[in-house]
Design a protein. Structure first.
Ligand code: ATP
Length: 256
């Protein structure tokens, strides 16, 4: 089946004990679009993000990627299936070089959890050469080639945020999920981020799902915005419609 929808969230509910974090949420992410997911604190954005990346199970509903349910797929298959993500709290290895960190993002097993030091990198020489070339080209794409041999630990926060994106690009995701990419960035870094997100979509055709509190950035870069509040979808549509939507305005004003 040829479909223009890359990811379909269908009537998804998630409970944590008595807390209903998501309550029958449905929306589609069209292939090739940049989609923003917004909502006040506690709205369920991170929970939904974690469901799509298979960190959390859903209580009911379904999530289809390219028309097929992903809910039976294990988390370590996500990256080879084409779903990549960045983390709000950077998931970089401080004691490894920039290049090694980015290379880890492209390792075919996707198993990064046991890599704790540079002496035990889990790849063969041929894989290593291929990964290194790919990592250098991703670093060039992100304008970070100069940092390749530096240790992550000493780099400015804004550079580390870009590296988090570079690492996610190594798996050549069809869907790139970005968890608060604007958090902690300064004014110049924010405009670089807008350009970077657009460039990723335009050059690789990557579909982007953005969870973000920075309203200006979401509204500038997204073609479609989905608004959540208290676990329910309030509205979805073009940025302008969402900004003017009375329920969305009320949800934000209501929680201060
Ligand atoms: P924020 O913008 O503050 O990150 P959010 O929109 O991402 O908020 P979630 O983190 O998804 O919201 O939280 C939705 C609700 O689910 C909240 O009431 C939260 O306390 C609850 N929740 C989220 N994760 C868990 C968990 N692992 N265990 C228990 N409750 C959870």
């Amino acid at each position: 089946v040829v479909t223009d929808t890359l990811l379909s969230v269908q009537d998804v509910s998630v409970h944590f004990g008595g807390i209903i974090a998501l309550d029958g949420v449905s929306f589609d992410i069209p292939a090739g679009q940049i989609v923003g997911l917004i909502g006040p604190n506690g709205a369920g954005k991170t929970t939904l993000f974690n469901c799509i990346s298979r960190l959390y199970n859903v209580n009911s509903g379904d999530i289809l990627f390219e028309g097929k349910s992903i809910l039976q797929s294990p988390i370590h298959k996500m990256s080879s299936m084409g779903i990549g993500r960045t983390f709000q709290n950077l998931a970089l290895f401080a004691n490894l070089s920039v290049l090694d960190n980015v290379m880890i993002g492209g390792h075919p097993t996707g198993k990064t959890d046991y890599v704790s030091n540079a002496l035990h990198l889990p790849w063969t020489r041929r894989e290593e050469r291929e990964l290194r070339d790919r990592a250098m080209s991703v670093l060039r794409f992100m304008g970070l080639q100069e940092t390749a041999l530096q240790l992550i630990g000493g780099l400015p926060f804004g550079v580390q945020k870009r590296l988090e994106i570079a690492r996610a690009l190594m798996s050549k995701p069809k869907l790139l999920m970005m968890d608060e990419p604007a958090g902690g960035l300064n004014h110049n870094e924010l405009s670089d981020l807008v350009a970077t997100i657009r460039k990723i979509r335009d050059e690789f055709g990557t579909t982007v799902l953005l969870v973000e509190h920075h309203m200006g950035l979401v509204m500038e870069v997204s073609e479609k915005v989905v608004a959540l509040s208290f676990g329910k979808k309030l509205a979805e549509g073009a940025p302008r419609e969402i900004q003017e939507h009375p329920d969305v305005i009320e949800a934000y004003l209501g929680t201060g």
